[in-house]
Design a protein around this ligand. Structure first.
Ligand SMILES: Nc1ncnc2c1ncn2[C@@H]1O[C@H](COP(=O)(O)OP(=O)(O)OP(=O)(O)O)[C@@H](O)[C@H]1O
Ligand SMILES: [Mg+2]
Length: 323
């Protein structure tokens, strides 16, 4: 099947100041990522803080140009589309519904804004569309004239979802959509997102620290480490038989009493490396319990697995034979 959204060897580098009078140095936040999302699919993207998930998300939304590589939607490069054309097709739902909603606008105005910006149809039809959308996300219509400050966190995230979906985008980028919410409302919002995805045939990229959330929602999972997708597989396969030692460590962390707290480093030994000075060879080798001599010098290439790929020398039979 043709992918709806595709990244082809995408890189994003930031020039970082490292100190007074010191030259800037490159930080490779996204370091050669190739992903494909087919229509109606939920792709989970997991990995520790700072591995490059949001940078990738911002590029998919057309908010940040890649340093190199291409992003295609329906086969068309989004660098060739203007920001508005991309926004009609790809919409975000961010973590924090407090800062993403204008506090001076009513709920109705906030949800309606994309229709206004994109001049969709007849303005007299907008209030009806807003009510329909509020109904879909479970917001009682009496809130239409209220302001964000008068709503709970969960309700605000429903407003953000309604605003993202009113243009009927094809792809929704959910970047930690529930991690700012109380645990008690997180599952309500996740189930709402799942219902809407099925009902509207949406395609999601779902970014989360929480593997339990990803297991519940995603069809496929991509595991990111220092700007690269080190393993990708169908969800069942990934959870049943993780290949990459990093994926195994992440899964072990789910079994800790409070998985909602993110990824503890207890199973990984050394902490997350400084992305300005990534380790040579396989960037995971200083933390890897199965590191071999080759891992210190040779960067692993993607190797095909049953339902995806893995970047790890453990599965490189030629390299193991040679060493
Ligand atoms: N605008 C920027 N300028 C400089 N560096 C940046 C910029 N945006 C991101 N970075 C750096 O790029 C790396 C990846 O950041 P990113 O926000 O994509 O990580 P993340 O995986 O989303 O993390 P988290 O889970 O904490 O949200 C980090 O080292 C970050 O400091
Ligand atoms: Mg992020």
């Amino acid at each position: 099947m043709n992918p709806l959204l595709e990244t082809a060897n995408v890189f994003r580098t930031f020039q970082i100041g490292t100190g007074f009078l010191k030259p800037k140095r490159p930080l490779h936040a996204v370091n050669g990522v190739s992903l494909r999302l087919t229509k109606g699919e939920v792709l989970g993207l997991v990995g520790e803080s700072g591995c490059g998930k949001s940078t990738l998300a911002r590029m998919l939304l057309g908010l940040l140009p890649p340093s190199s590589g291409d992003i295609l939607i329906g086969g068309e490069s989004i660098t060739a589309l203007d920001r508005r054309a991309t926004a009609r097709r790809v919409q975000p739902i961010f973590q924090d519904p407090y800062s993403s909603l204008n506090p001076r606008k009513s709920i109705g105005e906030i949800i309606q804004l994309p229709l206004k910006v994109h001049r969709v149809g007849d303005p007299s039809a907008w209030p009806g569309k807003v009510r329909e959308m509020m109904d879909m996300v479970g917001l009682p219509s009496r809130y239409v004239g209220n302001f964000p400050s008068q709503l709970s966190g969960g309700q605000r995230q429903r407003v953000a979802i309604a605003r993202a979906l009113i243009m009927r985008p094809e792809v929704v980028i959910c970047d930690e959509p529930t991690s700012a919410l109380d645990v008690s409302v997180q599952s309500q919002i996740l189930n709402l997102l799942l219902d809407l995805q099925r009902e509207l045939g949406l395609t999601y990229l779902l970014i989360s620290h929480n593997l339990a959330v990803v297991e519940h929602m995603a069809h496929r999972v991509a595991v990111m480490y220092l700007g690269r997708i080190v393993e990708e597989a169908e969800t069942d396969q990934l959870f049943r038989d993780p290949q990459h030692p990093y994926t195994r460590a992440l899964l072990a962390s789910v079994l800790t009493p409070e998985p909602g707290l993110g990824v503890p480093d207890a199973h990984l030994g050394a902490t997350f490396p400084n992305p300005i000075d990534p380790p040579p060879g396989c960037t995971f080798h200083p933390r890897c319990p199965q590191a071999m001599p080759a891992c210190r010098t040779i960067a692993p290439k993607p190797l095909a697995t049953a339902t995806g790929h893995v970047e790890c020398h453990l599965y490189d039979t030629e390299l193991r034979r040679a060493s």
